[in-house]
Design a protein around this ligand. Structure first.
Ligand SMILES: [Zn+2]
Length: 263
């Protein structure tokens, strides 16, 4: 099992972080990608990946950071210097658009600007990208299709929850993967996401927890942790009528290839 999206740097793990990490690696866990979303969290993320052999880092400014950054002048330089210094940074992310928390047109413009700066940088550095997208799939797709070079970047839509029409469009994007979290364990039977899951081939699927958020059933509402990626795999197996090992093996292989992990 590989948890391709965790936030173990969050304060909610302060009391027992090392136990949480041990639980994962003692229970078939192979690797964790920890996602640092602002300068302080990036610092903590890099500390974690320095301390643990099989924890890797993805770093970028989350779209929510438009409220904390006065301008984006130093974003490129700051991220580039960290990538050059640190071999455990395996991706840039999470980056993208969040229209759920930000409703104003001016905010959307800022998010697009920040996103494109970081997407361009991923292209220059040859790194894969972790995409965050809430209520903005059409605009995200428009950006991904706006430059030829973006089609050459490996990308993953984290916490994917698109409907079948979105999914049809995103499946046409080159080098784009879909990642599922605990949310697939509690969607209702009539949720269009379930149809999307059937449309997405296993070769383009990854799994994650997004911990401490989005704990899967039967832990819903509690703090999430990397070992609960087990429940996400189990649910995918049930939905796709495959066994646990088939999903585990293929999603592991996909993550190793996507993030170019040396385990
Ligand atoms: Zn996240």
């Amino acid at each position: 099992m590989i948890d391709t999206h965790a936030h173990l740097d969050f304060e909610s793990f302060d009391p027992d972080r090392s136990e949480v990490i041990a639980r994962f690696f003692e229970n078939k866990g192979k690797a964790i990608i920890n996602i640092g979303v602002d300068q302080e969290r990036i610092r903590k993320t890099l500390e974690l990946s320095e301390k643990y052999e099989n924890i890797f880092s993805a770093i970028a400014f989350h779209p929510e950071e438009i409220k904390n950054l006065a301008n984006f002048d130093n974003v490129k330089k700051y991220l580039t210097e960290l990538v050059e210094k640190n071999k455990k940074i395996v991706a840039l992310g999470e980056m993208g658009l969040d229209y759920f928390h930000f409703k104003e047109e001016a905010e959307h413009r800022k998010q697009k600007e920040l996103f494109e700066i970081q997407l361009d940088l991923a292209g220059e550095l040859g790194l894969p990208v972790v995409l965050h997208c809430r209520d903005a799939y059409a605009d995200l797709l428009e950006i991904l299709e706006s430059k030829e070079v973006y089609s050459k970047i490996s990308k993953v839509l984290h916490c994917y929850s698109g409907n079948p029409a979105d999914t049809k469009s995103f499946l046409k994007c080159e080098k784009l993967m879909f990642s599922f979290t605990g949310n697939i364990t509690f969607v209702k039977k009539e949720n269009p996401l379930l149809e999307s899951i059937q449309m997405i081939p296993l070769e383009r699927t990854m799994v994650e927890t997004d911990c401490p958020f989005l704990a899967p059933v039967p832990f819903r509402g509690k703090r999430n942790e990397p070992s609960f990626v087990h429940q996400v795999i189990e649910k995918l197996a049930e939905l796709k009528k495959l066994n646990f090992e088939e999903i585990e093996q293929q999603t592991d292989q996909n993550a190793i290839k996507f993030f170019n992990l040396r385990l």
